[in-house]
Design a protein around this ligand. Structure first.
Ligand code: GLU
Length: 279
């Protein structure tokens, strides 16, 4: 299988040094392996995603000297397809509608942001049937039922990143404790949430290696469970270190001082950016 990886930014702010590191690392690893480097815009958060950010991200990547293979995959253009596949999953009886508070759901469904903790859903709506689904409801996965269905499956993944290198087994106990009944479709918007969209896309785009920040390591078991439920392959994962500011905090979207655009404006070269992130 050809080494295929991707950079998957959410266009909700400018690229900063941490994103640049992630993109350059994935790009260089793909080129070194004679493989493919794909680009995916994770823009299903319609409120926070902006075309201006996408334009800037593309310009920054080009300025960094990164070229990607094939056309840009924009998640917002595939919503009907994601939803059709979500309905197939709904027919398995593993999903239930949930009308719980917005704040709770926001935390669970947007592409995980730096600093956001995943809240394990307490299961308030678990006994509701799909027939009781209201227009404003989200859809959640009944994780305990899903794990019963996956009994006998090898729920595990290979990690090549330095901090957690090795073979990781996802046990039902830890999944129930750490993951819980995640949101697969957003409240009111009928748009599949980050976990599901990126799981579909990694499979559709033939991703052999997911290279991304260390902050997403803890979410990988969710994606492994979804891959098994959907009959999709599990790629190899490589979670890399995060670029931190002088105070040791990881960079956030609002960290404007470290936005690639700012560096470009002050005349810093792409080679210097590579050096700054230790590449
Ligand atoms: N869109 C996610 C982010 O910007 C990345 C998800 C991934 O690489 O799997 O944090």
């Amino acid at each position: 299988m050809t080494f295929t990886t991707r950079f998957a930014p959410s266009p909700t702010g400018p690229l900063h040094l941490g994103h640049a590191y992630s993109a350059i690392l994935a790009h260089d690893m793909a080129r070194a392996a004679n493989g493919r480097f794909l680009l995916r815009m994770e823009d299903t958060d319609l409120e926070r995603s902006k075309p201006e950010w996408e334009t800037l991200i593309l310009a920054d990547l080009e300025w960094l000297g990164l070229s990607w293979d094939g056309p840009l995959h924009r998640q917002s253009e595939h919503i009907a397809d994601y939803n059709a596949r979500l309905e197939i999953l709904a027919e398995t009886g593993l999903l239930y509608p949930c009308g719980c508070s917005r704040g709770d759901i926001r935390a669970a469904l947007a592409a995980p942001q730096e600093g956001a903790e995943h809240q394990v859903y307490p299961g308030t709506c678990r006994s509701r049937s799909m027939d009781s689904r209201l227009p404003g409801d989200a859809l959640r996965l009944d994780l305990a039922a899903a794990l019963r269905q996956l009994k006998g499956h090898d729920l595990s993944f290979e990690e090549h990143g330095p901090a957690h290198a090795g073979h990781h087994i996802v046990t039902p106990e830890t999944a129930l404790r750490d993951i819980g009944d995640i949101v697969l479709s957003r409240r009111g918007e009928h748009i599949v949430a980050y976990f599901l969209a990126s799981t579909f896309d990694d499979a559709d785009q033939g991703i052999s290696h997911v290279i991304r920040g260390e902050d997403l390591f803890d979410f990988t078991p969710i994606q492994v469970i979804l891959q098994h439920l959907l009959g999709l392959p599990t790629p190899i994962y490589h979670h890399h270190r995060l670029i931190r500011d002088d105070a040791g905090k990881r960079l956030a979207k609002r960290d404007d001082a470290r936005a690639i655009r700012q560096y470009r404006d002050t005349g810093i070269s792409p080679a210097e950016i590579r050096r700054m992130v230790g590449l």
